[in-house]
Design a protein around this ligand. Structure first.
Ligand code: COA
Length: 154
């Protein structure tokens, strides 16, 4: 599988089941986010293989609420491709920093964040079920964010 087979699109109502499969948000909320253009889907060929839901801290700072790549497609560049697309999207709207986070007890997504250019910027203790903390990340979006998307889609 090569990077060139991955495309990323803004989700439509046809993608509702796919982009709500983690169960983390009520379906009406996901529907509203789809209508707002805040969810993105990655395709490998015609198959949906991952998604990213964007949230807005204080209604104005872009924050990755959820990124999920299907198990069988992990470590093949899908997450990086969705991220590149979303970076370009938010950069084109004038944003210079993208935020994200991960549960403190999940080292793998933390490694992924660091690998794709995020820096840790703080921890909120006890935010999750069972008192598990959440580690927050930020990534500066350079003027090349659009070029990254082009490279990822080549
Ligand atoms: C985290 C997640 C989105 C990563 O997506 P992915 O498509 O597997 O990641 P990519 O293939 O784009 O990987 C990008 C880089 O990170 C590295 N990487 C990815 N997962 C990794 C892991 N578990 N451990 C170490 N490195 C990892 C890859 O090797 C790659 O490095 P390289 O391009 O420099 O060689 C995916 O594993 C996932 O869906 N996990 C479950 C949901 C989750 O935890 N989401 C994050 C919190 S919301």
């Amino acid at each position: 599988m090569t990077q060139s087979e991955i495309t990323v699109q803004t989700a439509t109502e046809n993608d509702l089941n796919f982009v709500s499969q983690d169960g983390g948000l009520p379906r009406p909320v996901v529907k509203r986010k789809v209508r707002g253009g805040d969810i993105f889907v990655a395709f490998r060929g015609h198959e949906r293989v991952g998604y990213l839901r964007l949230e807005w801290l204080w209604s104005r700072l872009p924050y990755i609420e959820r990124i999920l790549v299907l198990q069988t497609h992990r470590r093949t560049g899908v997450g990086r491709a969705i991220l590149a697309h979303v970076e370009a999207e938010v950069a084109s709207r004038g944003h210079v920093i993208l935020y994200s986070s991960s549960q403190l007890d999940e080292p793998e997504p933390q490694t992924w964040h660091r690998r794709v250019g995020f820096d840790e910027c703080g921890i909120l203790t006890g935010l999750n079920e069972g008192g598990v903390g959440e580690v927050f990340f930020r990534k500066s979006l350079g003027p090349s964010a659009g070029e990254v998307r082009s490279a990822a889609e080549r």
